[in-house]
Ligand binder design. Structure first.
Ligand code: TYD
Length: 207
């Protein structure tokens, strides 16, 4: 699939997506570092954010049962509205490269796994959130993602990360269809995956 820059806005928006344990945060850091070295102005950000809705969401990591699936979806969308208004849109208007660790494709996959219609979630988000120029969807079997979370990070799985749930999430990520999505094999080591990502980003910047 050919990623192409969105006409009519000065900046570039790249989202890194995938199930937990795929190495999104490491890859975002490596990509941001490389782009800055090449002289680009980069804004690295993430969802859930560190704003009030993001903090509320992080409380749910330990006990999702505190809210209904509909309330949970509403929290992610409210968090994103603030993120778009306060961080993403101003940076794009200023011509920066915005790298976001998760975006609305995560809502389609995770809240889709909780029973909502993934396509309806995409459409709702597309009504207010700028479409990325490129979505790097890191692809990894759920069992591998879980292995990385537990052995490398030494963490227990939070409630979004339980294996059955991650299988459903992975299946929805695999089913998402948008021209901006490019799938990246995340099974290799960090340097190898970084190389795959950089090739896609170079293609976008040249387009
Ligand atoms: P994660 O990127 O793993 O945050 P951290 O590394 O800081 O713990 O994201 C937290 C969890 O939130 C993750 O398991 C996926 C979930 N999530 C959703 O369910 N919906 C969303 O829209 C987003 C952005 C995240």
């Amino acid at each position: 699939m050919n990623a192409a820059r969105k006409a009519g806005r000065p900046g570039i928006l790249i989202a890194i997506e995938g199930i937990d344990g795929t190495g999104k945060s490491t890859q975002l850091r490596l990509l941001a570092g490389e782009l800055v070295r090449r002289g680009h102005e980069v804004v690295a950000t993430r969802e859930p954010t560190d704003g009030p809705f993001g903090l509320k969401i992080r409380e749910l990591f330990l006990n999702r049962g505190q809210v209904s699936p509909a309330e949970e979806l509403a929290l992610f969308v409210a968090d994103r509205r603030e993120h778009v208004r306060d961080v993403i849109e101003p940076a794009l208007a200023a011509g920066k490269i915005v790298l976001t660790d998760r975006y609305y494709f995560s809502t389609a996959a995770y809240q889709g796994a909780a029973g909502h219609d993934p396509e309806a979630i995409l459409r709702e988000n597309e009504s207010f959130a700028p479409e990325p120029d490129l979505v790097l969807l890191l692809d990894l079997p759920p069992a591998k993602g879980i292995e990385r979370i537990e052995s490398l990070r030494g963490e227990r799985l939070n409630e979004f990360e339980q294996e059955q749930n991650l299988r459903r999430v992975a299946a929805i990520f695999a089913s998402l269809r948008r021209p901006c999505i490019v799938r990246i094999d995340a099974a290799g080591d960090a340097a190898a995956v970084h190389g795959l990502i950089l090739a896609q980003v170079e293609r976008l910047l040249a387009s």
